[in-house]
Structure formats: C-alpha cells, structure tokens
Write a protein that binds this ligand. Structure first.
Ligand code: ADP
Ligand code: MG
Length: 767
C-alpha cells in the first residue's frame, strides 16, 4: 500500500540543513499493525508526518498504491490526508472549545458531509470507542484516556485506510494505555496502523511488525514486506476535500459562540465607526430635510427677479492671457488687457415682446409680477434750516449696478414685502403720494439721505421725527428748461418746490427687515410705490422733453451729445418717462414647485435668441438654499471624515484582534490541517469569522445609532423646536451594515492568510 523509497528529510536549522531522516526504505501492506520503535529524537514523528502527508520529504519518493507522490500538489495531499489518513497524537490535539461530538465531526465537515450524516457517523464512532455518555462534554472535562478515545474516534470517523498514531499512550498510565492499545489493536483488524513509540513492551505486545529507527535510519525490520507495485483496487485518493462556505460560516459561528466575550468586544470595537457614520448620515439627512422644508415654506414667496444688470465673474479670457506661465515674469515685457472681459456682465433688456410674453404665462403659476421702471424722480425739498434743496436720489450722481440708490420703486407685492419686513411705525403706503423709509437692521439711515431729505443731523430720532416728513416730486416741464434744443435742469429749487404741479410725497411708515427674514430684498432708503411711477409716467409722456427726444432719436436732448453704447436712446427715454417698458421685473410664484415651471417658461423665451437679447433671471431663493445646502455638505463631509477615521481605526482593531486570534489558535489550525483542511478552508473559516463579526458590528452599530438618535432628537427639539430632526434612512443603515461587513472582511484578509500559511507541523508543535 505504501512504499517509502530512500526518503530523506532535512530540517533547515540556522541556515544549515539538519538531517532528520537519512534515507528510509520501507513498505507497508494494506492490513498490518506496524510499530516504529526508537529513542526520542531519532526521527519517528518526522517519518509519521511524512507518511501522513503533513510534511514534505526532501528527497526520495513515497508511493501510494504504487503511485508516486513526487508531483503531488497541496490539494492532493489535503485530499489524501482527509480521506485516507487518520492521525492520533500523544497529546490528543483536541480543539478545546468544541464539544467531543464537534471535535469528531470536524473532519467530516472538512469533507463536506451533510450535518445529519455528520452527527450520525460521529455518534456511532464515539459509541464504538465507548464514549456514549460524553458526547457534549468539552475535552478538558475528560480524562486522558477518554481524550485519546475522542482522538481515535476522530481519526476513524472518515473510515481511513491508514491510522497513524504518534506515541498514543505516551501521556497515559499503564492501565489506560492497555485499554487504548486494545482499541487500536481492534482497529488494526481492517486497516493499516502505523504507530510510533519508544516503548518496546507495548510495541511487542500489540503490533504485528516492529521497525527500529535510529538517527534517521532503519536499523531493523521484523517482517519486511515486498513492495506491491500493482495499481489495483479502488483508488486511495478518490475524493477531493471540499468544505462549503456555509460549513465554514457554521464552523466560525460555533467558534464565535464559544468565545462570546471576545466576540462581543470585537463587535463593539468594530461598531464604533459605524455608529459615527450612521449618526453623521442621520443628522445630515435631518438638516437636508429641514432646509427643504424651509425652502418650500419660507422661500416659496421669493420672487424670480430679472434685474437690469446681472453680474457674474466668468472664466479669465483666453485672449487676455497670451502666455500660460504669466506669473512673476522676469522679462522686459508688458501686456494690455481688458479688465471687464473677465467680468461677465449681462444687461437684461426687457422689451415689449418680453412683457407680452410674461403676460401670456399661465396665471396659475404666479401670484403677481411686479415691474420696476427706469423713470428717474426729480425731487426737491425745503430743509429744516429753511433752504430749498435738490434731493439727490443716489449716493454718487449715477448708480452703479442699481446699488447706491436711495430711492427705489417697491415691488408691487405688499404681501410679500410684509412677510419679510416689519412695519415698525406708521403704515404701508396706501396711495401714490406715500413712501416708506426702510432702515437697516440697526435702525440706521444713511446720513446723506437724511441731509437730502432736509433733516437736521442729530444723534438719534424718534419715529415721529421721520414719519410725516415730506418732499416734492417735480414734473419734467417744471424741472427742465430748454435752451437751444438742450434740456437743462432747473436750479431754482424754490420755484420748483412751490410750483402747483409738484407732487408732495409723505413718509407714511418705517420698514425694517425681519430678524428671521431669509434675505434683504429691499435697499435701505426711501421706497416709493409703483402707483407713483404709473402716475408720473402718464403725465411725462406728454412732457416737452419727451416730445423733443422722440423727434430726435440720434442726439441726447439732455446733453446735446449723440447716443452711444453707454447711453442709448431707450435708456434716456426710460429715464425721462418717455418709455414705459420696465427695466426690471419680479415674478412671485404661487409655490416652490411652480418656480421651476416659471424658469422653464423664461428659458423658452431665450431659446434661439442672441446672447444680448436673452433675459437672465436670478432665483434668490435658490441662491439662499444652495448656500445653505453647500454649508450642510461641508459640515457633513467634515463630520464624515471624522467618522471615517474611526471606521478605519475600528477596522484596524478588528484586523489586530483577528490576528491575535490566529496566533492563539495556531494549534487548532495545525489540527485542522492534520484532518485534511486545505489552506483555503482555514482562510475560509477565518474570513467567515471576520465576516460574522463585521456583520454583527454593523447591526450592533446601527441599533446603537438608532437608539442614540432618540436623545439627539429630544435635545434638538428642545433647542430649535424641530421634531424628529435626525433620522437614519433604512437604505443607509443597510449600506452601513454591508460596509462594516466588507471592511472587517478586508481587515481580516491578511491575518487569515497568515493562518492559512501556517506550516501544519510547526503549528501542531506549538502549545
Ligand atoms: P522523535 O519523534 O523520534 O522524537 P522527531 O522526528 O520529532 O523525533 O525529530 C527528529 C529530529 O529532527 C530531532 O533531532 C528534532 O530535533 C529534529 N526536528 C524535528 N522537527 C524539527 C523542526 N521543525 N525543525 C528543526 N528540527 C526539527
Ligand atoms: Mg516524536
């Protein structure tokens, strides 16, 4: 059955080969009880391990049923061990955390036997060796003889053709030794038993044949057999071992259950990162939901605005950047460039066509559309100190980007304004000749405006000092004097002030932006109604200056200069009231959802138009909410980064714990290998173990996170009055469990590879 041909085995010791076997020639028959006898250190265990395929010979050949094993691969040896060999060791080599039954079942698990059959067969052999009462005990609850019986049962459960016993009675008293030897003797009836011993009495009492070994050489053989070279009979290695993933997981599950404490600690360690990430997700989810609610509640009233000028900083122009390396050059070379080219400034030119287009928009989409006209007010006043003054409408002569203007037409939507502004004192204008004073959030008004309104500058004022103040709006015909076709502003303020046609405007109230308002939609200063504009436009259309300008479309009648790109005919006409087309518009959507429809409607208008003719709108609400959501994103990313770090840390911890468990279970790995476990099986078991830990950690972490969300929400509700703020989406929870499982699996890959690579012989020698 087995043929050893000049088998040599060298151990490498300190870099030099140390011969443990120096050329062993032996033949074993199918059915005999052979004792290998020799003093300690002569190479008996080495020889047995070689025969059992646990270790590899250095040279020579081992023939199994006449078949050379020179070309055997790891998996062939594994299959050979699992199906053909049963090992019994001096120190029993039982897995201590498994029950007697599980120990015996182990090699059946490795060969993929079903659970039911495993139990039947294991129980049967255990009964055979006389352990019927001890199936569920742990090895450390048994006597030495009983443990060796378990080991024998385990060796026999696969019904191997060869039983290898390494000093099976070495650790037993003589009475127990006798019983064990009797048992082995019975077993040897129908298989080959090779037993190693240094006890010649036992060898002589029980075995059919005694081989003497000394210093790695056979010195005597009581009944040498001839080599049987016929490749007859059934094949010895007829089955590859195969342990399914399910079995691997069951096995690891058992392992984990037997070490509950360690498993729980590992899972807790692994769950910390998951808890962190889950909370971050829950909170960021809460923030997003919260802002979405704000959006549709508070921002729904915000108009889509079409301003006169839209400014954006575009990408730097290629043309003005002749060389890409244009920074800090050391050459005598200088470039011109157009500063405004990188400033994308779009002039929205609202036309009749566009106004008509807006009129055609579905009226269900918007509450109102309000327009701002370009008409410039001509204002004069009688100041507190008795002098007549001209009221400057903006801070520096002309206004830049519409800013700096003290007098602005109010959007024609009182409801919306009142939703964003408090009327501190007085009332909202109810007729065209009433205006409001808009102060800033600190109740301030610009000093220049006060001066222009003729108010003496004091440290502070009462509302009564401001409300009821008046100034006058002068009509074109009074304001302009024609001299040689050019219309020159009148400077006789008293005359203008006292003219009958001048309209007295009264400050009826003071507005201030609400503390909780999302944005300041009104400029501070004086806000006048669109009724005033309409009123004035009606009159001015027939004024002299407008008529004169209408007749002369090429020359600006205010200056006598021809029109150019900067100052156009249309602009001047709008300023003096000859053109009623608005310069800006605000569209108030009915609801947040309709906003997109309105935008689409305007986009449709732009389609196919030249860029200059396009209307660029601004969605203030969108800008506000995108600022908020980008803020949330930033916070989320920062929090997630912290959580990710803890995730990495806990993964590393799991890796280390797995590694420690590999180290502490080295012996077990050796035992499993001796039972025919492939490297693959070992790594599968360890991988399955980390997989289970990762899964447990994930589930545990998610549960803790869900629990933590409860107090978090209570606290949030107490402070900001938002119920159910943090909430973890079930899909996120699921992802996190998968993530945890995968991460720990990855963390365990390296240790499990180490485990798989353990040399079984070395592993068995470790205690
Ligand atoms: P026995 O079982 O007969 O007591 P062994 O087969 O265990 O002897 O060992 C034979 C010789 O090989 C001994 O000298 C031992 O020290 C040596 N040896 C055994 N295993 C190793 C090893 N893994 N590395 C180095 N030397 C070893
Ligand atoms: Mg030995």
């Amino acid at each position: 059955m087995l043929d050893l041909k000049n088998i040599k085995k060298d151990y490498i010791l300190a870099g030099k080969p140390f011969p443990a076997l120096k050329g062993v020639d032996l033949n074993f028959k199918d059915n005999e009880f052979v004792s290998i006898l020799g003093p300690s250190g002569c190479g008996k265990t080495t020889l047995l391990n070689l025969i059992g395929g646990l270790d590899r010979y250095t040279s020579g050949d081992l023939l199994i049923e006449g078949k050379s094993t020179k070309d055997f691969k790891d998996q062939d040896w594994d299959a050979y061990r699992n199906a053909t060999i049963g090992f019994v060791f001096q120190t029993y080599n039982l897995i201590n955390h498994l029950s007697v039954l599980d120990n015996v079942e182990m090699s059946l698990r490795l060969s993929g036997v079903s659970a039911k059959e495993r139990k039947e067969r294991a129980t049967k052999v255990l009964v055979d060796v006389g352990l019927i009462d001890h199936l569920n005990k742990r090895p450390n609850q048994l006597s030495g003889g009983q443990m060796q019986r378990v080991a024998i049962a385990r060796a026999l459960v696969n019904n191997p053709k060869i039983l290898l016993a390494d000093e099976p009675t070495g650790a037993l008293d003589s009475e127990t030794s006798k019983q064990i030897m009797e048992l082995i003797k019975v077993i040897s009836k129908d298989r080959l038993v090779i037993m190693v011993t240094h006890n010649s009495e036992i060898a002589e009492a029980y075995s059919d044949r005694i081989v003497h070994l000394l210093d790695g050489l056979v010195t005597d053989d009581s009944r040498p057999s001839q080599s049987v070279n016929d490749e007859k009979k059934e094949k010895l290695i007829n089955q590859k071992t195969s342990m399914s993933y399910l079995t691997a997981i069951q096995t690891s599950f058992k392992n984990l259950l037997t070490k509950k404490g360690r498993t729980i600690i590992t899972a807790i360690a692994g769950s910390i990162g998951i808890i962190g990430i889950a909370l971050v997700l829950a909170i960021s989810n809460g923030m997003t939901t919260y802002t979405n609610n704000i959006q549709s509640d508070a921002l729904a009233g915000f108009p889509i605005t079409i301003d006169q000028v839209v400014v954006a900083f575009g990408p730097p122009e290629e043309v003005t950047n002749p060389r890409p390396d244009l920074e800090f050059i050391d050459e005598d070379i200088f470039y011109p460039y157009d500063q405004t080219s990188s400033l994308t400034q779009h002039q929205n030119i609202i036309t009749d066509e566009f106004v008509e287009y807006l009129k055609d928009m579905d009226e269900d989409l918007y509450n109102s559309i309000s327009y701002t006209r370009g008409l410039m007010l001509q204002l004069v006043n009688l100041s507190d100190n008795g002098s007549y003054i001209r009221v400057q409408t903006s801070s520096s002569g002309g206004s830049f980007f519409g800013g700096g203007s003290y007098f602005n037409e109010l959007p024609n939507n009182q409801t919306f304004i009142e939703s964003q502004y408090d009327i501190l004192y007085g009332e909202y204008p109810s007729s065209y000749n009433q205006v409001v004073l808009i102060v800033d959030d600190r109740n301030r008004t610009d000093i220049t405006l006060l001066e222009n309104l003729g108010i003496n500058i004091e440290d502070d004022y009462k509302s009564i000092d401001l409300i009821g103040r008046t100034f006058k709006s002068v009509l074109n015909n009074v304001y302009y004097n024609e001299i040689n076709g050019i219309f020159i502003p009148n400077t006789d303020y008293e005359q203008m002030y006292l003219d009958e046609s001048s309209i007295t405007l009264t400050i009826s109230g003071i507005l201030r932006v609400k503390e909780e308002a999302s944005s300041e939609i009104l400029d501070t200063g004086i806000g006048y109604t669109s009724e005033l504009t309409d009123y004035l436009l009606d009159i001015e259309i027939n004024s002299d200056v407008v008529r004169a300008q209408k007749e002369n479309t090429s020359v600006n009648v205010l200056t006598g200069l021809p029109f150019n790109n900067q100052i156009t005919y249309d602009q001047v006409m709008r300023t003096i009231g000859g053109n009623q087309i608005p310069v800006a518009a605000q569209i108030y959507p009915v609801s947040f959802e309709y906003k997109d429809d309105i935008k689409e409607y305007i986009d449709l208008y732009n389609e196919g138009r030249d860029e200059v003719d396009q209307i660029i709108y601004t969605d203030l609400a969108d800008q506000i909410s995108s600022t908020i959501s980008s803020l949330i994103n930033t916070i989320t990313i920062i929090l997630a980064a912290f959580a990710a770090i803890s995730l990495v840390v806990s993964s590393v911890m799991i890796g280390i714990i797995t590694y420690v468990s590999v180290v502490e279970r080295t012996k077990e790995i050796g035992i499993m290998r001796s039972l025919g476990a492939r490297k693959k099986d070992i790594s599968r078991i360890f991988n399955a173990e980390t997989l289970l830990i990762g899964f447990t950690a994930g589930v545990f972490g998610i549960s803790i996170a869900y629990l933590l969300i409860i107090p978090i929400n209570i606290i949030v509700e107490r402070f900001v009055d938002v119920a159910n703020f943090a909430s973890l989406l079930p899909t996120h929870a699921l992802y996190l469990i998968v993530l945890s499982t995968l991460l720990t699996l990855v963390a365990g890959l390296f240790p499990s590879r180490i485990a798989a690579k353990r040399d079984p012989v070395v592993a068995l020698r470790t205690e």
